[in-house]
Design a protein around this ligand. Sequence first.
Ligand code: HEC
Length: 126
Amino acid sequence: MESIFKKISVLFIVLLCFNCSSGDDSPQPNPNPDPDTNPNPNKITTYDADVKAIIDAQCVRCHTVPAQNGAPFPMRNYTETIVGVNRDLVLLVKSTGANVMPPEGRLPQATIDIILDWEADGFLEK
Ligand code: HEC
């Protein structure tokens, strides 16, 4: 029992060390890894004023009813878009990988920043 505990402690310490050393030299895929990033702290970003236009222009052609191109849920209004938020909308929009939304390619950073700002302000409707 005690030896298992020791092994786990050693493993934990080793993991901690790995964590420390994996920092600066590895490439950063995401320029804004902090979910609390607030690109525009002087502005309160809301769905109605800022985000709806982006979703309508970039997402609703697939995320609608009936769904187009296999999009798994609609985002025609605030309530439906919050369903998307709970399914990693922010992560997918800022992704630099193949899972990026929209699938054709990452939005301009300025547009992504509006969505990050919306997140920082608490996903307000209005
Ligand atoms: C060309 C069609 C298309 C467009 C445009 C599109 N999506 Fe999607 N979306 C999909 C498809 C298909 C899936 C499911 C497959 C996948 O996860 O890659 C999906 C999945 C998602 C998911 C994850 C659902 C889950 O639970 O796995 C989110 C969140 C999402 N999209 C958000 C967005 C946002 C936000 C936009 C606009 C910025 C957008 N999508 C634009 C087709 C699209």
